[in-house]
Design a protein around this ligand. Structure first.
Ligand code: KG4
Ligand code: ZN
Length: 349
């Protein structure tokens, strides 16, 4: 059995988790910075880095305490190496390297999106292990930074088959909420208010591409269309029912696009299942629409519980499971050397 400590600091969550065998989450802790960034309407990178510095050690300690394990019972340390905010990533990487060095554990760098795609395997010890999606399958990673479709043939065989041409879906939710003065992050606020609106109040046409991959995504036209409606309110922001109707129509258009691509990608790749991952996959309306549309085509939907859709460290530990220890270490080690490891080695010897 492998027991891996995962560390994630790529954006505005400082997270640590201990995961057994790539799926059983025995302890985790998250310090969210939402309250800090809220007043700026988005993540301020420098503030994110500084708060990771404050939170990371207590968060790791908390995850270890909840898991009821000591360092001798940890087999490896996994850490998000990117993509993400550089200063924020650096905090997690430095702490992971220091811990790996101090406790003599292998260090496994993990790609953030690979992490998101692994969230579907996670469960707590008191819950049954979720059914693993059959291979091959199609996975949609849909977050504040990414909206892309992948064909997954195995843990190490992941090929991107479509991408967004402009904004990520989560970014569109955040920007629309910001345009309407609703706060940050936009996704959960929009989901809540959209429940009171009529999704057919505004007809937003889906993007059409003249060339290139028809499975690609685009959300900037939808965002501009929402702005045009807002301008029609002559300087005031919509409130009450008109606001709810606009939001519900925006959300429906965004969801239609995501669900449409998932269905078509699954059919063209000849797979039987689709995985949803990333922060936007928390959205209940998206989950319900994807389930209905995919099941109507005889396809199966796999989606992690919301807490593992948004950024978390359990998915990072899960993605590291089964990776040959040491694989991928070279680039991190080079950076480590550049940052003065020799001094650490000298101190140890
Ligand atoms: O995966 P994540 O935590 O961080 C990134 O890697 O980006 O995703 C954050 C994104 C934000 O844009 C947020 O607005 C969106 O996920 N999000 C949602 C919901 N919850 C979070 N979007 C729509 N509906 C939600 N319920
Ligand atoms: Zn993420």
């Amino acid at each position: 059995m492998a027991r891996i400590l995962g560390i994630e600091t790529s954006c505005d969550e400082t997270a640590a988790a201990v995961v057994e065998d790539g799926h059983r989450v025995i302890g985790e802790a998250v310090a969210t910075q939402i309250e800090i960034h809220k007043k700026y309407g988005g993540v301020v990178p420098e503030l994110a880095s500084r708060n990771h510095v404050v939170d990371i050690v207590p968060v790791v300690e908390e995850a270890m305490t909840r898991a009821q394990v000591g360092w001798s019972e940890i087999d490896a340390i996994a850490v998000t190496q990117g993509p993400g905010l550089v200063g924020a990533l650096l905090v997690g990487l430095q702490v992971a390297k220091a811990l790996a060095y101090a406790h003599d554990k292998p260090l496994i760098p993990v790609h953030h999106l690979t992490g998101h795609l692994h969230a579907v395997h996670l469960h707590t010890p008191d819950a049954p292990r979720p059914e693993a999606p059959a291979l091959p399958h199609v996975a949609l990673a849909v977050s504040g930074g990414h909206t892309a479709l992948y064909r997954v043939d195995g843990p190490e065989q992941v090929r991107r088959i479509a991408n967004t041409r402009d904004d990520a879906a989560g970014e569109a939710f955040d920007k629309v909420a910001r345009m309407l003065g609703l706060g940050y992050p936009g996704g959960p606020i929009i989901e809540r208010l959209a429940r009171q609106g009529d999704p057919s109040a505004h007809r937003f046409t889906p993007p059409r591409f003249k060339k290139g991959n028809p499975l690609d995504f685009s959300f900037s036209g939808l965002k501009t269309a929402v702005l045009t409606v807002i301008k029609g309110f002559n300087g005031a922001l919509p409130e009450g029912q008109p606001l709810y109707d606009l939001i519900a129509s925006f959300q429906a258009a965004a969801i239609d696009q995501l669900v449409d691509r998932c269905g078509r990608a699954a059919e063209s790749e000849g797979v039987e299942g689709v995985v949803l991952a990333g922060g936007v996959a928390c959205n209940g309306a998206l989950r319900a629409a994807a389930r209905a549309a995919l099941e109507a085509k005889g396809l199966k939907l796999y989606v992690p519980p919301p807490r593992w859709c948004t950024d978390n460290a359990a998915m990072i530990a899960s993605a590291a499971e089964g990776r040959p220890l040491g694989e991928g270490l070279a680039p991190v080690d080079q950076r480590l050397n550049a940052l003065g490891t020799w001094q650490l080695s000298a101190a140890r010897s």
